[in-house]
Design a protein around this ligand. Structure first.
Ligand SMILES: Cc1cc2nc3c(=O)[nH]c(=O)nc-3n(C[C@H](O)[C@H](O)[C@H](O)COP(=O)(O)O)c2cc1C
Length: 368
């Protein structure tokens, strides 16, 4: 069968073998931002999932930009060296092309890992002061951010640029700017978290100004033959918040500063959100952004079934699909999807004997 999901996709100088992406996923388990053994195995495993592109988790551009004290960073020589060691293994064992998501947590920083409750971490327990567009906490129990002034914004923009340079030296082939889920850049664009009265608040154009400055500066620091993406919110899912029309305008402006593709996610900006969770719930917004902003999109969110993934790409709703939980649950998802869709894909020689045609029960257990 001819499959769109398993057709190559070109962005600038990068040709991906298929349209399956491992979505960035924080692991909350490193010290001082330096990735190590867990990431070597975790990313090595996902680099053999059958996905063409593996995007490394939200990686902080400054220590304060981490979400939790256990989050990965790329802000000094030690954090860069940690990635260099991990990538050496990942490249030796896996075939996915490697991307990285760079981000700053903003007012959602200094929080605990999900398995210890996500709440704010006090200074004496390794937490830190947080910053944001306006002095508004995410909820009343979370830290009130210090409002960034222009000097603070310059420092953060420069940190994104410096991390971009480190990502380029590490040989990442794909770069994603994190501007979703209520973290710093998305808290600038949303009217719910940005109440500034200067040139960076008020109108949508003003609210987008700082994230667009960051995107333009990252693009200038990123090699011109390598693609750059931005993960954006398609909706805040709160009355009076960011909408799909806003996402179209933002995606178009990102395209103008050289961003090649956007991942359309949503939510995380305000605890009052009412997310209409169901399979592929964010796909219609990815389709709208693709059509109306004229930029390629990656769809994400409850995409779990190979036929569903195939139709998203074949129907032109998105150019690629990203999976997060589905990939952790089944780290061979891409290879299993190929069996389901009747497509032959390469296996590492060590795993050749797992090919369903040489071991028929495998086909019965994954093909749907
Ligand atoms: C463990 C975990 C960690 C995540 N970390 C990130 C992250 O670092 N950056 C990000 O943009 N999204 C992150 N997400 C969101 C996912 O990338 C994805 O958008 C979301 O889980 C919906 O996709 P799914 O239904 O396939 O899981 C995370 C999700 C999970 C489950």
């Amino acid at each position: 069968m001819s499959s769109k999901l398993f057709s190559p996709f070109e962005l600038r100088g990068l040709t991906l073998p298929n349209r399956i992406v491992v979505s960035p996923m924080c692991q909350y388990c490193v010290e001082d931002g330096v990735v190590g053994d867990w990431h070597r195995v975790h990313l090595g495993m996902l680099a053999n999932s059958g996905a063409g592109l593996l995007i490394v988790e939200a990686t902080a551009v400054t220590p304060q930009g981490r979400i939790s004290p256990g989050c990965a960073g790329l802000y000094n020589d030690e954090t860069e060296a940690g990635f260099a060691r991990v990538l050496e293994t990942v490249r030796a064992v896996g075939s996915a092309r490697l991307g990285i998501q760079l981000g700053h947590s903003g007012r959602k920083g200094s929080t605990a890992a999900p398995w210890v409750g996500r709440g704010p971490v006090a200074r004496e327990d390794g937490g830190w002061d947080v910053v944001g567009p306006s002095p508004l906490a995410f909820t009343e129990d979370w830290l009130v951010p210090e409002q960034l002034d222009r000097a603070g914004m310059d420092d953060i923009r420069d940190a994104f640029v410096s991390a971009t340079g480190r990502a380029a030296s590490l040989g990442f082939e794909f770069l994603e700017m994190h501007s979703a889920h209520g973290y710093l850049l998305s808290s600038f664009v949303s009217p719910l978290s940005n109440r500034r009265e200067d040139g960076y608040g008020g109108t949508r154009e003003n609210r987008m100004r700082f994230p667009l400055e960051v995107a333009a500066a990252m693009r200038a620091a990123w090699p011109s033959d390598r693609p750059m993406s931005a993960r954006i919110n398609g909706s805040d899912w709160v009355e009076g918040g960011w909408t799909p029309d806003d996402a179209v305008a933002y995606a178009a402006a990102l395209k103008d500063v050289g961003v090649d593709i956007v991942t359309v996610s949503s939510g995380g900006i305000d605890p009052r959100q009412q997310v209409p969770v169901k399979p592929g719930y964010q796909v219609p917004i990815a389709a709208k952004v693709r059509k109306e902003a004229g930029i390629p999109t990656i769809a994400v969110g409850l995409i779990t079934d190979p036929h569903q993934a195939e139709s998203i790409v074949a129907d032109g709703d998105a150019d690629m699909v990203a999976l997060a939980r589905g990939m952790l649950f089944n780290p061979r998802w891409g290879n299993h999807a190929a069996v389901t869709l009747g497509v032959e894909v390469d296996y590492p020689p060590q795993y050749q004997r797992a090919r369903p045609e040489s071991w028929p029960p495998a086909k019965d257990s994954v093909a749907g």
